[in-house]
Design a protein around this ligand. Sequence first.
Ligand code: BGP
Length: 469
Amino acid sequence: MELQFPKGFLWGGAVAANQLEGAYQEDGKGWSTQDVMPKGIKSAPTEVPTDDNMKLVGIDFYHRYKEDIKLFAEMGFKVFRTSIAWSRIFPKGDELKPNEKGLQFYDDLFDECHKYGIEPLVTISHYETPLHLAREYDGWINRKMVDFYERYVRTIYNRYKNKVKYWLTFNEINSILEFPFMSGGINTPLEKLSKQDLYQAIHHEFVASALAVKICHEINPDFQIGCMVLSMPIYPLTPHPDDVIKAMQSDHKNMFFADVHARGYYPGYMKRFFKENGIHIHFEPGDEEILKHTVDFISFSYYMSTYETADPEKQIRGEGNLLGGVANPFLEASEWGWQIDPQGLRYVMNMFYDRYQKPLFIVENGLGAVDQLVVDGNGEKVINDDYRINYLRDHLVQVAEAIADGVEVMGYTSWGCIDLVSATSAELKKRYGFIYVDRHDDGSGTLDRYRKKSFYWYKEVIESNGQNL
Ligand code: BGP
């Protein structure tokens, strides 16, 4: 059977403001939680680094976005996913008046996209909670966050209503389970954070997200807004029914997030979990109604699958993948230990679609690798990233398989379409891009941009609407 992508499929790339803009103290921007995240840390840092050159400059997208958008256009992007840095718009997060210079930057950025017919897909909050909200309010544990988020959301909707029609409420909302500071602005150290507070914070995010959906549709019913979850299929380690149930329960912890967004109510398995763990979620009057504003589509990141087992001896946390779990002997891993499983993508796509019957948008997928800039026989600087092409091709084949299975898919935005700073390890040597940026972890480099081999490959993929993979 010939594999095909639908007409009008939204091909493109994805980034997040804090991972590439740099200029983190320019034009009135305030600190965000991500600006102070030291390498590889899960909990809230106690000190603010003052000389973080990496975050200060990023890849200097703030000043070079025109050059970069032009390169995206050359590849034929139909869509460009980026986030708005909340702390550019509301530097502290709790003030009443937005920062005009911050608003202007995104006006200019979206105009530049439209110049080439590229639709912006905007993440409202991508690990960028204003630091003040984390320090003063303990992030999403505090109900007041819903009001601050609502003010921010109304401001950007009103400002960009003629420029942006695709929105995402929170990046990888379920990652708060592992990274409460990075994902939820929760300042309480991980070891002191109670399950009660964590799940109350999640409830506040759900309410804020549903409010964002409601307001979005009020402003323009044609706008499309989705949730964004970190997807990771969890396979049972063996066919033993204990392992199967254990895998299902682990999966529930993640599916909870998409379930509430897509269905508009808390699932039974979570009510049981709360009961058994003595957790009482406080619903304010009206919350139940607000949650009924469900998303138009489900968006997700996909990098890897993982395993689960009921056997405590075999539960090797911290190895095999980003979030730990048992290493799968049938899969290869990236240089960062993320296990590569293209078929897992087809699996999650079918699972999401069967569960909700809502369109899907794959908004992150890609290979983080060390790239070498070399000089070829003609004296040209080139990057031969065949490993990235292979990775992306294998995954796109599975997207096409899922489409053939009947899954409705809006588009695909490859993660880090231009090299950027890693979210979890704060380094630049972990590269995802089609475009190489001459910048290194020690702060050296010209910041010049180079087209990688994958750049030409992806251009051809888009041109042929996925026929030439
Ligand atoms: C996702 C995040 C991104 C991104 C990506 C790759 O979890 O949404 O922000 O960075 O993972 O992760 P990393 O940068 O750690 O390689």
